[in-house]
Structures are given as structure tokens and as C-alpha cells.
Design a protein around this ligand. Structure first.
Ligand code: FAD
Length: 444
């Protein structure tokens, strides 16, 4: 069987490795339009900031080793520009030479990812200081711009994960950073009162935060920015990070179904409306695990999970993708911000009634040095106890509390089960009543 994978990073390379482990016979070709496969997208901000010093460490697999190890035909600088479903072939463009050739297939796995949204802001095309961050090429561009021009001031447009990670990493380079965010809060997965903790912390760290305001125009070749509310700021560097949109052009051209926000639609077998074409990762629409509605959740866990599952499915295993919970985490200076499931904003939009509790336990036994408070929020259904979501912000061990609750949600546990979770305890780590147990007691 000849399987073509389009996109060779998170989802694509996971699928390829698993396909090979399951079947030694299949002919597997990966087409990647960039230079690199399987690089660590999530590490890019930390390389720019200098926490990760060795660029090679970002390249998780190189073409030569991966091809040999898994017996794969990996073609970089190779963009698939068209799928002919009737003839079952793809058209591939060598982006270096411009040459176009055809390749037949039995099955396709689409894992083309999502690209940064670049709105038509006046002056944006002339802004020589403006960058987006998606891949190694972007990273190299930003890094060499910083080294060459030694920017003193930067504006980050968009206060999501990548925006805030970059704000911190630019700040670590000695750059004065302003974050401009259109909504009234940063970090959309949080509700506003939780985000407020992060607002204070960012300001404490010397980040200027402009909320509820968008960029109106970029002037002077990217040396200044004018906002809709009339703020004007000078800048040496602009990072645009207002979200991503699915790479769906190939799918659209091939007549594959896409959803409201452009995500490629798949069934639980990760199959598009063409049974020989599968799609995974940031490019697809998923079902929200909590509320079952279609949504887009561009994160690395879903891409990896789907990459493995799609290989299993192609090899006849009876498995399926059960939806995305959206569990996420980020470091914002001294704080960790994490969440899972639905927040109040989503539940309100769906008109779903819910109950909320907030607790402020300490990260471990208060009498053992280093205990710090955690703000933990749990959202649930009062009658059934169904857990809709949780959010936590704090300086220590926020991750494990959210991970435990994420596990509880996927396991179908209710708030009434949380007190009964028997979690690891000794004074340096937790309390005999863990914050998750506490949340359960308060909620039930
Ligand atoms: P990608 O990994 O983006 O791979 C898609 C590849 O397809 C690209 O290399 C692209 O060049 C190629 N391609 C597209 N179209 C074609 C075509 N027509 N022909 C050939 N090749 C094509 N997620 C987290 O969960 N946690 C994090 O901390 C985190 N941090 C991140 C930080 C940054 C800076 C970025 C950019 C992303 C981060 N993510 C994080 C998101 C995560 O990286 C993505 O969810 C994940 O990479 C998606 O995998 P994918 O396979 O769908 O797409």
C-alpha cells in the first residue's frame, strides 16, 4: 500500500513512525514543504529567549536518520499543490527548483498544520520589523534580527500562548515589551478573574499590557504602531501572534469538507469525506470532548495522538479519536497557567448552566518551606457532578492539579469522586488533603 503523508512535523512524523512499526511493507512518502521535519515547535520561543542554547536540540529527528530508522521516503522542500482524487495522484512542487511532478497514492494523511493569522492591517506589508512564529525559518529570522539590530523595544500583538511566551523570552533578552490584546484579557482558555492574576504579574515584571485594544495601523516601515483607541508606540520589533488558521487550501481544492472556521472535517476514524484521505492535527476540526460541539484546538497533544491513531486505523485496528479536551499549560514568568475542559465563556455561549468554585490552597504543606498559593477554579454541573473544566494559576505544581482533573474528566469521574482520589503525599509535594481533593469537597 502506498501512503502519502502531507506535512512532516508533529502529526505527520508521528503517523509515519507508527505506520512503519505496524507494517513493514507499506510504501510511505512524507512531503514537507519546509526544510525540516519533526522539529520542536513548542521549544522555539525558548531558543529565541536563550533558555535553549543549542539549535540542534530543536531538531528532534533529521531526514537522514528518520528515513533510515523507519525506512521512509522523506522529501523536504516538497509542497503538495494539488490532489486529484479521481486519478488518485498528487502534484508535488519542488520549492527549490520549481519542478512539478506527480505521485500516485492509495491513501493520504493530511497533516499540514495551521499558519499564523496575518490580517490586512494598513502598513503591515512594509513592516520590516514584523515577524510571526511558526517554524525554524521564522525562528532563525527573529534570532538573527535580534542579533543584528539589538532591538530595545518590542510590541507583541496578541496575548495568547505564543504571544506571552514570546513576551517573556524577548524580555529575557533585555527588550522592553508591550503586549497589545484586543480582548479584555490574555490567555483565552482562562476566565477573566483567573487571567487577572497574570495581568498583574506581567505588569510586575515590567511588561506593558494594553487590553481591549487592537492595532489600527503599522507605520514608518514597522517602527511605530497606532492602535484603534489612539495609543501610539514606537517599536524596534513586532511579533504578530493573534492566532492561527488551518492550512486547508489543498483540502478545499480537492473538495474535502471543511467546517465553519475552515477546519478539515473528519469522522472519529479521522477520515475526511473521501475514505482514502485522512486528516489530523491543527488543520482539522475536532469535537470538544466536554460539550461535543465542533471546534478547533491547535495543540501538540491532539496532533500526536491523532498521528498515532490514524496509523492504527489504516492498519485495521478498531480505535477512534474521542475528541479534544483542550488541556493546556504555559509558563508566564514565575507563574504557571493551566486549564482543561470548558471555561465559563464557552458554557455561557452554549447556554449551559453550571456551578463554579474557587479555592486557594497552597502547593504543598504550609509548614514545609516554599509553599505557595494556587488559584484553582472548578466548573461543574451541580446535579450530576459532571466536571466541565478547571483552571489553575500559581507558582508551583499547578500542572499536576490540572493533569489530575483532566484525567478525571476523561475517566468520567464527577466532583463527588475527587475527594476519593488517593494522591501522592509528603510535605514537600502536597497536603494530606490535596488541592484536587479540596476542590472535590467544596464542590460536593
Ligand atoms: P505542524 O507541526 O505545524 O506541521 C505541519 C507541516 O506541514 C508544516 O511543517 C508545513 O510546512 C507542512 N505543510 C503544510 N502544507 C503542506 C503542503 N501542501 N505540502 C507539504 N508540506 C506542507 N502546542 C502545545 O500543545 N504546547 C505548546 O507549548 C506549544 N507551543 C507552541 C509554540 C509555537 C511557537 C508554535 C508555533 C506552536 C506551539 N504549539 C504548542 C502547537 C503545536 O506545535 C501544534 O499543535 C502542532 O505542531 C500541530 O501539528 P501538525 O502536524 O498539525 O502541524
Amino acid at each position: 500500500e502506498k501512503i502519502i503523508i502531507i506535512g512532516g512535523v508533529a502529526g505527520g512524523s508521528t503517523a509515519a513512525a507508527r505506520l512503519r512499526r505496524l507494517n513493514e511493507e507499506s510504501n510511505i512518502i512524507i512531503f514537507e514543504k519546509g526544510e525540516y521535519i519533526s522539529f520542536a515547535n513548542c521549544g522555539l520561543p525558548y531558543y529565541i529567549g536563550g533558555t535553549i542554547t543549542d539549535r540542534d536540540k530543536l531538531l528532534v529527528q533529521n531526514v537522514k536518520d528518520m528515513s533510515l530508522r523507519y525506512n521512509l521516503d522523506i522529501r523536504i522542500f516538497s509542497e503538495v499543490i494539488k490532489i486529484d482524487r479521481q486519478a488518485k495522484k498528487v502534484f508535488v512542487k519542488n520549492v527549490q527548483s520549481g519542478e512539478i511532478y506527480e505521485e500516485t497514492y492509495d491513501k493520504i494523511i493530511l497533516s499540514p498544520g495551521a499558519r499564523p493569522v496575518v490580517p490586512p492591517i494598513p502598513g503591515i506589508d512594509k513592516a520590516k520589523t514584523l515577524f510571526t512564529l511558526r517554524n525554524m525559518e521564522d525562528t532563525d529570522r527573529i534570532k538573527s534580527f535580534i542579533n543584528k539590530h539589538l532591538p530595545r523595544k518590542a510590541v507583541v500583538i496578541g496575548g495568547g500562548f505564543i504571544g506571552l511566551e514570546m513576551a517573556e523570552n524577548l524580555h529575557d533578552q533585555g527588550i522592553k515589551v508591550t503586549v497589545v490584546e484586543m480582548s479584555e484579557q490574555v490567555m483565552a482558555p482562562l476566565d477573566k478573574e483567573m487571567a487577572a492574576i497574570i495581568h498583574n504579574h506581567l505588569q510586575e515584571k515590567g511588561i506593558e499590557l494594553i487590553l481591549g485594544d487592537g492595532v489600527k495601523s503599522i507605520e514608518n516601515n514597522g517602527q511605530s504602531i497606532l492602535t484603534q483607541k489612539g495609543n501610539k508606540m514606537e517599536t524596534d520589533l513586532i511579533l504578530l501572534s493573534i492566532g492561527v488558521r488551518p492550512e486547508n487550501e489543498l483540502a478545499l481544492q480537492a473538495g474535502l469538507r471543511t467546517g465553519k472556521r475552515g477546519g478539515i472535517q473528519v469522522n472519529q476514524k479521522l477520515q475526511t469525506n473521501d475514505p482514502s484521505i485522512f486528516a489530523i492535527g491543527d488543520a482539522i476540526e475536532v469535537n470538544d470532548f466536554t460539550n461535543k460541539q465542533p471546534t478547533m484546538i491547535p495543540l501538540a497533544w491532539p496532533a500526536n495522538r491523532q498521528g498515532r491513531l490514524v496509523a492504527d486505523i489504516i492498519n485495521g485496528k478498531d480505535v477512534q479519536y474521542n475528541g479534544t479536551l483542550g488541556t493546556s499549560i504555559a509558563k508566564v514568568f514565575d507563574y504557571t497557567v493551566a486549564s482543561t475542559g470548558n471555561n465559563e465563556k464557552i458554557l455561557n455561549r452554549l447556554g449551559k448552566p453550571y456551578e463554579v468554585i474557587h479555592i486557594h490552597p497552597v502547593s504543598h504543606a504550609g509548614y514545609y518551606p516554599g509553599a505557595v498559593p494556587i488559584a484553582l477554579k472548578l466548573i461543574f454541573d451541580k446535579t450530576s457532578g459532571t466536571i466541565y473544566g478547571a483552571q489553575a494559576v500559581g507558582k508551583d505544581s499547578v500542572d499536576k492539579r490540572i493533569d489530575v482533573i483532566a484525567t478525571a474528566i476523561k475517566g468520567g469521574l464527577t466532583v463527588k469522586d475527587l475527594p476519593d482520589l488517593e494522591l501522592a503525599y509528603a510535605p514537600p509535594y502536597s497536603s494530606a488533603k490535596d488541592p484536587v481533593n479540596m476542590a472535590g469537597y467544596v464542590a460536593s
